[in-house]
Design a protein around this ligand. Structure first.
Ligand SMILES: *Cc1c(COP(=O)(O)O)cnc(C)c1O
Length: 495
């Protein structure tokens, strides 16, 4: 079956997977969605024993139908290799009655690596398939983790250039250091005075700017996006839910057909949307539990049916979830609107105009598979300390949000189904917050002393990604006002 992609807002013709990957965002500002969600065809009996790359092929080939077997297998082989520090790629750890699906074993120790290790390869194959002659300029806004993962993925990939914007005061010290030390002649990192939403809005504006597009075209460039709105980010994320289920079967933790719940610490709604797609493909997933931090716009949405971004933006210890506009939610809205692009467009225009929208009762009824929860800063710190003291396992701040939400969910609902918690970052990425949660005495130590102490108390080797930045020189120090994002892009490209 050939799967084509169309915009959630209805504009333009359907495109192939490779065209959707190249474009990132549809011309009308909508997100590309598959015209139908394919069904998992390979039997669980077979999946049980498959490696991560084999599973990736079985899942991704169903979505990326214009890629040849050879093309897709080659992308997968380049992505899921020794860059990951375990051949399992996404191992599950049983701790204190839950399974933590560790998605942080890649090059930058956050779950973004799961998709961003493969996206550059999907993109360069897509460019070749579509006879693109222009240099591809990846424009990305990051709340901390996407930026580094995208930089690492695209560094020195021929025919590409990458420009990353991050909120200067909105990322962790380790995250910032990871980005500003990035090597590669085609990489550019820019801090902005503003928050993540400002960065994301600035990027979206540039994508929609026809005049800029014409200037780019004349100079031999074209934009593409590595943000989680790109379908080439979403599809690789479906893989690890299928893989996790198959491995739980293999270990006898689940019986064939038995449902598992999934808890996802959520920001831009990409990771949990991938789980939703996996469920729609026929993977036996029960509840999709959406965990938020103090920026609980999604929790409120699931509780009331109203999405309202008009509220203060709160900086938390889980910065990758400090988001008030969850872009990928648009794909869920589209689906629960019965794939009615007009309806979806009207809601998204309301969001742009007034900062809020309300869905109908009929749409709400289709959200029964979702449960929303949130954890406050204090609850997050308590959860990190509790799990450490009980099991010696150290959670990062984002995973702790999910872990805490899961505990509250289980108490409230008595739902005892097998549950996996998406563990989205290594604690080494958020060392200070994590160590302070375990014991406030650690606050006096320097960042790298804390890294060594964390390694000692957790009994875990310092990841390569952290060792690398200890002494690396700062290569990027540009900071601009949020209004000047376009100017700096033009400067970088010589327009
Ligand atoms: C990006 C990120 C998230 C949020 O994922 P979304 O797909 O944006 O919902 C959660 N935790 C970490 C560590 C992240 O990097």
């Amino acid at each position: 079956m050939n799967i084509m992609y169309k915009s959630t807002r209805g504009g333009g013709a359907a495109v192939t997977a490779s065209q959707a990957i190249l474009k990132g965002l549809a011309d009308d500002g909508g997100l590309f969605v598959p015209q139908q969600i394919p069904q998992l065809t390979v039997e669980m009996e077979k999946l049980r024993d498959m490696s991560y790359p084999e599973t990736a092929y079985e899942v991704m080939r169903l979505f990326l139908t214009d890629f040849t077997e050879e093309e897709l297998k080659s992308c997968i082989a380049k992505a899921y290799d020794e860059k990951f520090d375990t051949s399992e790629i996404a191992p599950c750890r049983e701790v204190d009655g839950a399974s933590y699906l560790e998605l942080f074993h890649g090059a930058t120790i956050a779950f973004k690596d799961m998709a961003l290790s493969i996206l550059p390869h999907l993109l360069t194959v897509s460019a070749k398939k579509n006879h693109v002659e222009h240099e591809i300029v990846i424009l990305t806004a990051t709340s901390g983790d996407t930026g580094k993962a995208a930089l690492a993925g695209f560094a020195d990939v021929p025919g590409t250039r990458i420009i990353v914007f991050y909120p200067k005061d909105g990322v962790s010290p380790i995250q910032e250091r990871q980005m500003v030390t990035q090597k590669g002649a085609n990489t550019f990192v820019v801090g902005i005075r503003g928050n993540f939403d400002d960065a994301q809005n600035g990027v979206k504006k540039m994508f929609g700017d026809k005049e800029l597009a014409a200037q780019m075209d004349a100079a031999g460039y074209q934009f593409s996006s590595a943000n989680s709105i790109n379908i080439g980010r979403l599809v690789p994320q479906v893989v690890y839910y299928v893989y996790a289920y198959a491995k739980l079967l293999q270990k006898g933790e689940l019986k064939a057909g038995q449902e598992m719940n999934v808890v996802v610490p959520t920001g831009n709604f990409g990771n949990i949307l991938a789980a939703y797609y996996a469920k729609n493909m026929g993977l036996p997933i029960g509840k999709l539990i959406c965990a938020s931090n103090d920026n609980k716009v999604l929790y409120d949405f699931f509780a009331t049916g109203t999405y309202d971004r008009n509220r203060p933006f709160i900086l938390t210890s889980s910065p990758s979830m400090d988001i008030l506009i969850s872009s990928n939610l648009e794909r869920l809205i589209y689906r629960i609107a019965g794939e009615d692009a007009e309806k979806c467009r009207a809601l998204m225009e309301a969001l742009t105009g007034t900062g809020k929208y309300e869905i109908t009762q009929e749409m709400r009824a289709q959200l029964a598979d979702f449960a929303g929860g949130f954890a406050t800063e204090k609850e997050v710190a308590d959860e990190i300390r509790r799990v450490y003291e009980k099991a010696g396992y150290v959670l990062d701040t984002h995973t702790a949000v999910a872990s805490c939400v899961y505990r509250k969910y289980r108490e409230d609902t008595k739902d005892e189904r097998k549950t996996i918690i998406a563990s989205t970052a290594s604690p080494f990425k958020f060392t200070r917050s994590v160590m302070n949660a375990i014991d406030p005495k650690y606050d006096a130590m320097t960042d790298f002393a804390l890294v060594d102490e964390l390694s000692r108390i957790a009994g875990v080797k310092v990841p390569r990604a952290i060792e690398e930045i200890r002494t690396a020189p700062v290569l990027h120090d540009t900071v601009v006002e949020k209004e000047n994002m376009q100017d700096i892009v033009k400067k970088i490209l010589g327009l």
